[in-house]
Design a protein around this ligand. Structure first.
Ligand code: GDP
Length: 360
């Protein structure tokens, strides 16, 4: 499944955040989140629509869409030149579909900063520099081979040109994620090189609780990483929330002026950076969210449940979640003409509530 890699300098709160994520069952009651490996955690995508569907259909359980996070250790200053554990972390990041960078913005003098001072801007630069250096090395290693291939394969012209342009961009200090579009670099051409800075980025700023509502402060941080998404949270509070009963957790969130845990937002934003959306199914057994790429057709969506559903696809009975809820039941939504029969060409929308018709 698609996964998000968590990176950041030592002591910024990565482990605190990762543990909070994977131990959090408030997020998605009944979801059997699994820890596959010690550094991989699968969590449920928070989705209140599922609670409502479970209520309408008297579903026995709720299954949110899974989102997988990998805690990637070892990215330190100089890592690309062999410092620390050196390049070992690179293989782990390469396997991830998006990169979540945790940045320290909390001030606690009891927590040592590796560079002696709290500076989100410098830390982001340090991490990005390591990733860019690693990408430069990858390109430099690949280019002689690609150019050799080009001599006998004209179809390699695209990747050679893109690799050269990417090298120049990285050399100027810009990540591919931030600068490729503007520089006219087609990232699809570079896919086989698995460049790290070409992956979607998102940032978690680990801030003091007191700053969570300091709009000017948060705007400053957001500006450091735009157009990438920024999520703000106090990782220490997030980890404390987990040990509380749902009632106490809600009370604590209210006391700090938050409507939900910052983790929820992180999972949602992470899911979004992967270019994914969900459609929903509901019945007496379960209310469930299924993951599909934005742009997936109805048969492709059916295939996520079972390949037989895609192969034998006939049509899909679909009602938009909002229409279903506004009418109060499937029967009422049907009577109101809100339930549609869609065929093979239909492109799914987020929140479609679906029942597939298929031949077996
Ligand atoms: P990692 O090295 O990035 O995995 O960092 P850890 O999660 O191990 O955190 C390093 C230290 O910072 C630990 O002592 C944490 O308790 C502390 N810490 C983590 N997040 C916060 C935070 O939001 N506020 C404060 N004050 N301390 C934090």
């Amino acid at each position: 499944s698609l996964s998000i890699g968590i990176v950041g300098l030592p002591n910024v709160g990565k482990s605190t955040l990762f543990n909070a994520l994977t131990r959090n069952n408030v997020l998605a009651a009944n979801y059997p989140f699994a820890t596959i490996e010690p550094n991989v955690g699968v969590v449920g995508l928070p989705d209140q629509r599922l609670d409502k569907l479970a209520e309408l259909f008297s579903s026995q359980r709720i299954l949110p869409a899974p989102v997988s996070f990998t805690d990637i250790a070892g990215l330190v200053k100089g890592a690309s030149k062999g410092q620390g554990k050196g390049n070992a972390f690179l293989a782990n990041i390469r396997d991830c579909d998006a990169i979540c960078q945790v940045v320290r913005a909390f001030s606690d003098p009891n927590v040592v900063h590796v560079d002696g001072k709290v500076s989100p801007k410098d830390d982001i630069e340090t991490i990005n520099t390591e990733l860019m250096l690693a990408d430069l090395q990858t390109i430099e290693k690949a280019l002689p081979r690609l150019e050799k291939e080009l001599r006998v394969r004209k179809d390699r012209a695209g990747i050679v040109a893109a690799a050269k342009a990417a090298h120049a961009l990285l050399d100027s200090g810009t990540t591919l994620f931030a600068g490729a579009a503007k520089a006219g670099i087609d990232l699809a051409e570079l896919r086989e090189l698995h460049l790290m800075t070409a992956k979607p980025f998102l940032y978690v700023f680990n801030v003091d609780e007191a700053e969570l509502h300091n709009a000017a402060f948060l705007d400053e941080l957001r500006a450091l990483v735009a157009p990438a998404e920024a999520v703000f949270m106090d990782a220490k509070i997030e980890s404390e929330l987990i040990d509380l009963s749902p009632e106490d957790a809600a009370e604590m969130l209210e006391s700090i002026g938050q409507s939900e845990p910052g983790l929820n937002q992180l999972i949602r934003v992470g899911f979004g950076t992967l270019g994914l959306q969900t459609y929903l199914t509901a019945g007496p057994k379960e209310a469930r969210a299924w993951t599909i790429p934005v742009g997936a057709t109805a048969p492709e969506a059916a295939g996520v449940i079972h390949t037989d559903f895609q192969r034998g696809f006939i049509k899909a009975e679909i009602v938009a979640y909002d229409d279903l809820v506004a009418n109060g039941s499937m029967a009422a939504a049907k009577a109101a003409g809100k339930v549609r029969m869609e065929g093979k060409e239909y492109v799914m929308s987020d929140g479609d509530v679906v029942e597939f018709r298929f031949n077996v």
